[in-house]
Design a binder for this molecule. Structure first.
Ligand SMILES: Nc1ncnc2c1ncn2[C@@H]1O[C@H](COP(=O)(O)OP(=O)(O)OP(=O)(O)O)[C@@H](O)[C@H]1O
Length: 327
């Protein structure tokens, strides 16, 4: 059963085409990662699917109906990229306030316990740390026992422990049969949580497959070495330099190493590793014309995008439940 669907969904803001004929199906029980660089259209797609914005053309469906119909929206939970919590209310009061919109809400202590913040019940939200606020905002998406949850970069600003606690909460919901669409810049997050990944770039779906399939599709290898200077090498998709180590991304590591040795340049510490999802993502979004593997062209020194440190876009909406607020 398909819980949410986009069919040739296009959304324009004036001259900007934020989403360009996007097709997406979200079957019941799946946990899907939505991956893409800044401005790829992730938040826009989520906002269409939850009925906060209207398509310019094409259509979106939620439970087979119009996402702008409150009857359908009541069955979803959402955490937008940024949320505004009333600063003088206590955490427990905020949960009670949101719970009051639902017939059978998750009890307060159970909900906060799932996300590791049950000790904060009596704290005013204005005094919470950024990470504590973020966990509360995500917890609120689950209060109404939704069938489907949309999370827009849920772990932005969280430390490692908080992130893992939040992942556990999301995993538990999914293990209980829940469906999730989650956007993230954190590639490790998609790898850790999602079974399927949809890669968006410039408003288009670049890939929609399992994490493993996407790795296979691009077949990128990371060749790392220490060398004072490197000549232009064929087949290099991108170059990164960190702490004296040069990392070359390539789809043909064997050929690259042959070229490297043949060039006579001194090097040490050679390592070849399979691609992480980050490498795959980089290859899809930055070097798309060359995928799948095609004749190698000359070396590039394109700097990869640092997706993990990307800044979130401006706040656009409030926590659930919200009335359609189209612009
Ligand atoms: N309200 C708006 N008015 C005008 N342009 C907008 C608006 N919202 C988004 N855009 C533009 O639409 C494009 C897609 O933005 P969107 O926020 O959906 O991307 P994103 O993938 O969520 O990015 P990020 O990872 O930075 O949050 C961008 O070019 C953005 O500037």
């Amino acid at each position: 059963m398909i819980l949410a669907r986009a069919v040739q969904a296009t959304r324009r803001y004036g001259d900007v085409t934020a989403l360009d004929r996007v097709d997406l199906e979200l079957p019941a029980g799946e946990l899907v990662g939505l991956l893409g660089p800044n401005g790829a259209g992730k938040s826009t797609l989520l906002s269409l699917l939850v009925g906060l914005r209207r398509v310019s053309s094409g259509r979106v469906e939620l439970f087979g109906g119009d996402p702008r119909d409150p009857a359908y929206r009541r069955q979803i939970g959402m955490t937008p990229q940024e949320t505004g919590l009333p600063p003088t209310l206590r955490v427990g009061e905020v949960v009670d306030f949101v719970s009051a919109h639902y017939a059978d809400p998750v009890p307060r202590t159970e909900l906060l316990g799932r996300f590791g913040i049950d000790d904060l019940t009596r704290r005013q939200t204005g005094g919470l740390s950024g990470g504590q606020k973020r966990r509360l905002a995500v917890a609120l998406a689950f209060v109404g026992r939704p069938r489907l949850v949309f999370l827009d970069e849920p772990t932005t600003g969280l430390d490692v422990t908080a992130r893992r606690e939040l992942w556990d909460g999301i995993r538990q919901f999914h293990a209980d049969g829940g469906t999730v669409l989650l956007s993230s810049h954190y590639l490790e997050e998609i790898e850790a949580l999602a079974h399927r990944v949809v890669v968006l770039g410039q408003g288009r779906v670049l890939a929609d497959d399992t994490v493993n399939a996407i790795r296979d599709l691009v077949g990128v290898r990371r060749v790392s070495l220490v060398a004072p200077e490197l000549p232009a090498l064929p087949g290099v998709r991108a170059v990164e330099r960190t702490e004296g180590v040069t990392h070359l991304l390539t789809t043909d590591a064997d050929q690259l190493v042959r070229e490297l040795v043949g060039s006579g340049v001194p090097f040490s510490g050679l390592e070849i590793r399979p691609s992480s999802l980050e490498d795959a993502f980089l290859a899809i979004t930055e070097a798309r014309p060359a995928i799948p593997a095609q004749p190698q062209d000359t070396a590039t020194s394109a700097q990869p995008q640092d997706t993990a440190s990307a800044q979130p876009a401006a706040a656009r909406s409030e926590p659930v439940p919200a009335q359609p607020a189209d612009v």
